[in-house]
Design a protein around this ligand. Structure first.
Ligand code: 9Z3
Length: 311
C-alpha cells in the first residue's frame, strides 16, 4: 500500500473512483458489527487479505493483479478469533478463506462424491478438513465474531477500508488494523480510462500509471488515529527488506511492520517496531508462522490498550 497521502491526492482518488456497488449495505453491515463489539468492549481487528486488481478498461477485460494467495490473512484471522477478537476479514474474492487452508481449491468436486442413495457425501479422506472448515466458518459467523467483506479492485479495497476505518474510530485503542493485503502502488485513474476493451490492432501498448496516494498515512492520521496499526512489507530482495520495513515504520507511523520475502514468507517473518526487530521462524512443531506472529501482536496490542504504548 502507498502513503504520504497528500489530502488533495487522496480526495481526488476517492472523488474520481467509480461508485462502490452495494455501498449502503456494506456500510450498514460494518456499522452494526462494530457497534455490537463496541458495546461489549471487545477487541476488534480488521484483517486485509489477497491482492487488489487495477482495471485497465472501465468495462474491464484486462487488469493488473497483485500477488497474494490469501493464506496469511486467512491463517491470521483464525488465530485472532481464537484470541477472542472480533474480526472483519476484508478479502479478495476467490482467495483462501479462514479455516479452509487444508481444503483443496476445487473443494466441491474433489471433496464430495455421490452416495448410494442419490445424495452426496464427503469423501472419507477429506472429512476432517471439510468438517473443520464448515464448523469454523459457521461458528465465526453465527457468534457474530467474524464479518467477511469481499473486494476485487483497488478502488473497492480502499473505499471499503475507509468505511471500516472511519467506523472503527469509535473503538479507539481496542481496534487493530492488520494490513496483509497486497495493494497496488500504481493505477489507471478512472477518468483517464477508456470505456471499452483496448484494441490490439496497433501492436504494442504503452500506458501511463499514476501513483496511488499512500493511504496508510491517511488511516493513521485521519480515519482511525487511535487504532493499533500493523502493515506488511513484501520484497523479493532480502538485502533491502529490513531497511524498507524501517522506512515504512517511520514514514507511515504504524506500530509495527511485518517484513517478509516472497519465497520464504511461509517460514520466516520479521516484526519491526520502534523497539527493535523480532524474528519469527516456523519450527517443525509449529503449524505456521501466523500462530506466533498473531500471538506477539496481540500482546503488543494489549499493552497499547492499557498504556497507549508498548514495549
Ligand atoms: C504481505 O506482505 C503478505 O505477507 C503476503 C502474504 C501478501 C506476502 P499470501 O497471501 O502472502 O499468504 O500468499 N502483504 C503486503 C504486501 C504489500 O503490498 N505491501 C506493501 C509493500 O510491500 C506495503 S502496504 O510495499
Amino acid at each position: 500500500m502507498t502513503c504520504e497521502g497528500k489530502t488533495s491526492d487522496v480526495e481526488a482518488f476517492f472523488a474520481s473512483a467509480p461508485s462502490l456497488r452495494d455501498e449502503d449495505t456494506i456500510r450498514q453491515r460494518v456499522q452494526v458489527f462494530i457497534d455490537e463489539h463496541r458495546s461489549r468492549h471487545n477487541r476488534l481487528v480488521c484483517v486485509t487479505s489477497g491482492g487488489t486488481t487495477v482495471p485497465l478498461e472501465r468495462r474491464c477485460v484486462r487488469f493488473i493483479d497483485n500477488f497474494s494467495s490469501g493464506n496469511r490473512g486467512a491463517a491470521s484471522t483464525e488465530y485472532f478469533l481464537k484470541a477472542d477478537y472480533a474480526v472483519i476479514f476484508l478479502y479478495r474474492g476467490g482467495t483462501i478463506q479462514p479455516f479452509c487452508r487444508s481444503v483443496p481449491d476445487d473443494a466441491l468436486l474433489t471433496c464430495l462424491e455421490p452416495d448410494d442413495s442419490h445424495g452426496i457425501k464427503v469423501r472419507a479422506e477429506f472429512y476432517s478438513d471439510v468438517e473443520h472448515a464448515i464448523r469454523g466458518n459457521h461458528e465465526g459467523l453465527m457468534s457474530h465474531k467474524l464479518l467477511k467483506v469481499p473486494y476485487t479492485t483497488l478502488f473497492e479495497y480502499l473505499q471499503i477500508l475507509q468505511i471500516i476505518a472511519t467506523a472503527a474510530h469509535s473503538l479507539q485503542r481496542l481496534a487493530m488494523f492488520y494490513l496483509a493485503a497486497a495493494v497496488s502502488d500504481f493505477y489507471v485513474p478512472w477518468e483517464s480510462m477508456g470505456e471499452h476493451k483496448i484494441q490490439s490492432a496497433g501492436g504494442s501498448l504503452a500506458m501511463q500509471l499514476a501513483g496511488v496516494p499512500k493511504m496508510i498515512s491517511v488511516l493513521r492520521e485521519g480515519w482511525a488515529p487511535n487504532a493499533f496499526c500493523v502493515s506488511f512489507k513484501l520484497e523479493t530482495d532480502q538485502t533491502i527488506l529490513i531497511q524498507k520495513a524501517n522506512d515504512a515504520l517511520r514514514k507511515y507511523r504504524v506500530h509495527a511492520v511485518v517484513a517478509n520475502e516472497l519465497n520464504t514468507r511461509r517460514k520466516k517473518v520479521t516484526i519491526v517496531t520502534a523497539n527493535g526487530d523480532t524474528v519469527i521462524e516456523r519450527t517443525d512443531q509449529a503449524p505456521d508462522v501466523e500462530m506466533e506472529l498473531v500471538g506477539f501482536l496481540c500482546e503488543k496490542h494489549a499493552e497499547f490498550i492499557s498504556n497507549g504504548q508498548y514495549t
